[in-house]
Design a protein around this ligand. Structure first.
Ligand SMILES: [Zn+2]
Length: 96
């Protein structure tokens, strides 16, 4: 199973929540994944994996890298557009 999305601990384990409901839990930070109400370990594991792929720190870093890169590009584009924009000309629509 994937390590804990918060603390990267890889000792995560299947844990019973109550009445046979299962979840995946982290022993270090006590983070836990979505609960399988049916007590299905596969479902609990799947929930954990989804959680991890959404939140694990290396994914977050990639997303942040992606967006900071994109923001830089956009800023450069805006700067370019400002430079290229023709100086404001009077609308020339004075009717008289
Ligand atoms: Zn943890």
């Amino acid at each position: 199973m994937s390590p804990c999305p918060f603390c990267r601990c890889d000792q995560v384990y299947l844990a019973e929540v109550e009445d046979g409901m299962l979840t995946v839990a982290c022993p270090s930070c006590s983070m836990s994944g979505p609960v399988s109400v049916d007590g299905d370990p596969e479902e609990a594991r799947r929930g954990w994996e989804i959680l991890c792929s959404r939140m694990c720190s290396h994914c977050r870093k990639n997303i942040i890298k992606h967006f900071t890169g994109r923001i830089r590009e956009l800023k450069a584009e805006v700067a370019l557009l400002k430079r290229e924009a023709p100086p404001e000309v009077g609308s020339g629509g004075a009717e008289e």
